[in-house]
Design a protein around this ligand. Structure first.
Ligand code: ATP
Length: 240
């Protein structure tokens, strides 16, 4: 089966000559729940930005379901919820979703239907006509996720979706993400909550200074590092 994501020698050198990705090889299977873990500055967001064609890579290649990452076909297959809550302040909830649908070429009636579904799934019905600045932080996070899913992507990339959210919303977001995975969507998640990764992810890659230093299931990593928990693995791997 064609992998959902395949990276070969992916390299990114920023203008100041800093090597943020150093020849990354990685494959994520279709339907997999995959976690990418590493300390601040390890290269996670750079990797995601490269896959989503938001930055130009220096070398190597990225394929999304077999398509070159910068091809239109690949872009329609990926949904991204970025770390920053980058919502347009002049659009209300429904407009945010409809604009996104339009950007991805969804036919109008279809986009309306799908926006309605997303509004219900993410419990935003009462706020459908409210602009982003007047939403609570948790509602903005939910809208961010709804927007990422609007065009029914087969690969959903979530860059720290639960950063700074309270305990209840974190559980709620986990529920949404789990359900999404159960419908066959491939998920690439970055998080600093190791217990979250341990619970959700089928496969985990550890990245440090732009290189993948380990990749396995949580159980496989625990065995390889002779560690009791993923947190323990992480500490050992990053210190090595
Ligand atoms: P975090 O967990 O803090 O989000 P990260 O793993 O996502 O970290 P990146 O944002 O990918 O890390 O950053 C990797 C490295 O690349 C860092 O040293 C960062 O300073 C550098 N970097 C990121 N964006 C740029 C840029 N536009 N120009 C120059 N350097 C950059």
């Amino acid at each position: 089966m064609v992998p959902a994501l395949e990276l070969r020698g992916l390299t990114k050198r920023y203008d100041d000559a800093f090597l943020a990705l150093d020849g990354v090889d990685l494959a994520v299977r279709d339907g997999e729940f995959f976690g990418l873990l590493g300390p601040n500055g390890a290269g996670k967001t750079t990797l995601i930005s490269a896959v989503c064609n938001l930055i130009r890579v220096t070398d190597g290649e990225a394929r999304v379901f077999g398509h070159p990452h910068d091809a239109l076909a690949a872009r329609g297959l990926v949904g991204l919820a970025e770390q920053d809550v980058n919502l347009d302040r002049f659009l209300d909830v429904e407009e945010t979703l409809l604009y996104h649908g339009g950007y991805y070429g969804m036919e109008r009636a279809h986009a309306r239907r799908r926006a309605g579904e997303m509004i219900d799934v993410f419990d935003l019905r009462a706020k459908a006509s409210t602009r982003a600045p007047k939403l609570s932080g948790g509602m903005r996070r939910r809208l961010l996720l709804a927007r990422a899913l609007m065009h029914e992507p087969r690969l959903v990339i979530l860059d720290e979706p639960t950063a700074g959210v309270d305990f209840e919303l974190r559980l709620e977001l986990w529920r949404y993400i789990r359900r999404l995975h159960e419908t066959g969507t491939t998920i690439l998640l970055t998080t600093h909550y190791l217990e979250e990764a341990e619970e959700l992810c089928e496969e985990i890659a550890l990245i440090r200074r732009g290189r993948i230093i380990a990749r396995d299931s949580a159980a496989g990593l625990r065995a390889a590092y002779d560690a009791a928990s993923l947190a323990d693995v992480y500490v050992k791997a990053m210190a090595a």
